[in-house]
Ligand binder design. Structure first.
Ligand code: SF4
Length: 298
């Protein structure tokens, strides 16, 4: 098989928020903060720190421990809050047990958390509609930053236009604030906003999709017509990687989605001469380079 050209998308791999979290954890594990070995607390994360198995394995190999919740963390540990953020209740539970909390919530996720808290607060009183995946940790952290129970009851999560149209009239009739998960698609946010604007007296749209997401999605669109096939590499749980794959397919590209270089499908590559590579925001640069080299050797 002869590959003549490999084009890596203009924006691919670690975004600002993921890099900041990984660098912070790595520095703590290396003891780069100047503490003597005996004084260093064990280093923990609540949930996988990023959606990439290889990178998580690397950090765990350096000594990172992963707990499912605050109860799983020993007293006095150093705990990293990942870029997706965490609920206020979990952060408080960690502090109550003497954990040293290093909050790596991405500032763009923080913005969405702040909007949700502000618009749903009893004094402002909007019904908040979150566009995103209800099971995703980022959506759970955004809801978890609303302290008041009644205010939390004024939040709905929708995955698209159909969900928005199915929201009960009495929830959305008056004032709605639409907030997006940071990794959603701009077109979908606009479509949901259009669906809601006709159902409510007042709609406030907070475009909380982050720049890294928009750049990676547009970079995939620009590969259309230039490649015979697109390999999208990133974690299976990674929402932004899944969207890159969908966008590539919608743009007419033959897409192969993989998590690891070992999953490269030689049969799929056969007969293709120009290959595009796209990578989610939690894919390390080393993995992209390894993939590029492996395709080049084929
Ligand atoms: S994808 Fe965007 S919001 Fe999420 S961590 Fe990266 S920069 Fe932050």
């Amino acid at each position: 098989m002869e590959i003549r050209e490999i084009i890596v998308a203009e924006h691919a791999g670690f975004c600002f928020g993921v890099k900041r979290a990984v660098d912070g954890i790595t520095a703590a594990l290396e003891g780069a903060e100047g503490r003597p070995v005996g004084d260093r607390p064990s280093v923990w994360s609540i949930g996988m720190p990023i959606h990439n198995q290889g990178e998580v394995a690397r950090l765990c190999g350096m000594g990172l421990h992963i707990a499912d919740d605050a109860d799983g963390v020993p007293d006095g540990a150093r705990v990293f809050i990942r870029a997706h953020g965490e609920s206020l209740a979990v952060i408080q539970a960690l502090r109550d047990r003497g954990a040293e909390v290093s909050d790596m919530t991405c500032p763009f996720v923080r913005r969405a958390q702040d909007y949700a808290a502000e618009f749903s607060s009893p004094s402002v009183g909007y019904h908040v509609v979150l566009l995103g995946d209800v099971r995703h940790p980022e959506i759970r952290s955004i809801i978890g930053h609303v302290e008041d129970d009644e205010a939390r009851g004024r939040i709905d999560v929708v995955s698209g236009v159909e969900d928005a149209l199915n929201l009960p009239d009495d929830s959305v009739a008056r004032r709605v604030a639409l907030i997006s998960q940071t990794t959603q698609r701009e077109g979908l946010l606009a479509a949901v906003a259009s669906a809601l604007v006709l159902r409510t007296k007042e709609l406030h749209v907070c475009n909380t999709i982050c720049r890294a997401t928009v750049d990676r999605q547009n970079a995939v669109r620009r590969l259309a017509g230039r490649v015979d096939g697109l390999v999208v590499i990133g974690g299976r749980e990674s929402a932004n990687t899944a969207k890159l794959s969908d966008i590539g397919a919608e743009a007419g590209m033959d897409v192969l989605r993989i998590e690891d270089v070992g999953e490269l499908d030689w049969g799929w590559l056969s007969g293709k001469h120009r290959i595009g590579i796209a990578a989610g925001a939690s894919t390390p640069q080393g993995l992209i380079t390894e993939l590029r080299n492996k395709i080049a050797r084929s």
